[in-house]
Design a protein around this ligand. Sequence first.
Ligand code: SAJ
Length: 402
Amino acid sequence: MLVNVIGMGYIGLPTALMMASHGVNVIGTDCNPERINELSTGGKTFEEKGLAELFSTARAAGIRFTEKYQKADVYIVSVPTPYIKKTRKIDPQYVIAACKSVLETCDDGSILVVESTISPGTIDKFVRPLLNGRNIRLAHAPERIIPGNMLHELVHNARTIGVDDRETGETIKDLYASFCEGEIVLTDIRTAEMSKVVENTFRDINIAFANELAKICHEAGMDVYEVIRIANRHPRVNILAPGPGVGGHCISVDPWFLVGDYPKLASLIHTARDVNDGMPAFVLKRIAEIMNENGIIDLSRVGLYGLTYKENVDDTRESPTLQLLDVIREAGKPMPQVYDPFISRDMVPNQHHDLDAFLEACDLVVIMVGHSELRDNLSVLDGKIVFDTRNIMPQRNRRYTL
Ligand code: SAJ
């Protein structure tokens, strides 16, 4: 069986490498010639624990990379699915383009798996009509892996596969079972689409609850972390951690698919999105309060530690720090200092590439991301006023929280 994985990004690449390392005949395709060149010559991919080793194993096992779609038995489409900011609906153009190219290449009887996250109904609305009655079998096999622990989760998490018929389901299940040790659940395509989006929406709502509690406790002059720690002693309560906002390309995006398609019904989901999107502005309000309390008048003497959307990854998509910088820019205020050990390219004004120089340049340090670099060396913050939005510092003087 030959598998052609389309889209060598955050999901497609690890999936292709994993299959190849487990004896599947795989060709990776990407429309970006630079990426194909990098991969073919063994260049660096992206920062992820164990990825470089997996890459070597897959190369030794014979994985190939090309810009061209290949004649294959199974196609796995894992291209991005952005959402349209104005309508809050999914923008399926990359999925549609990839599926069209697959259909131009493949023979009847092949299987087309969409792995990209899509809003419920996308396959019926946009992909199925492209078949024009041809005998191409469709499947939706959404991923569930968390950046920072992708490879472990790829192997151990349960998976969902949505199909129209059992036989296709069994074929695709066997393919994923080449490397996946978790349970593989077969269902229909619409249920697979919906359950994926629901998983991320569940988390978004729960993070929003924690964030709202942080605001309430601040107003009440209480320690939200103590409140959550105690409440979580209840056997059926598990409150998540408040933070400076929700970033990444999944949790902050997928709930909008439901809001976009069901605006009258998805009111709780919509409110949770607004609460999480409002966190950077709340952080700015807290920064102003702390500056005031400590006689700091210049926002450019404030330093934001962390640009990525969460700790120990190099991904800045939708990151709370970038959202916060947008709020500051829009308010016409001076730009703060910024530093992130994972980001070597210049992305924002006043960006430092050296922790000491960054600390030197600020009177107030705002911990936006709890990278291990800082978590394991908290003494570098001695003598600084710190606003710890991630609660990584033990209780101490001159430390403020959300
Ligand atoms: N966050 C908080 N408080 C928390 C947990 C997270 O503020 O208690 C913030 C993080 O700092 C980050 C954002 O939320 O900015 C999202 O981070 P995350 O680590 O919770 O999730 P992602 O976006 O990296 O990955 C999610 C995962 N989905 C779920 O946990 C339901 C992952 O399993 C999915 O595969 C991925 O989305 C995806 O591709 O859909």
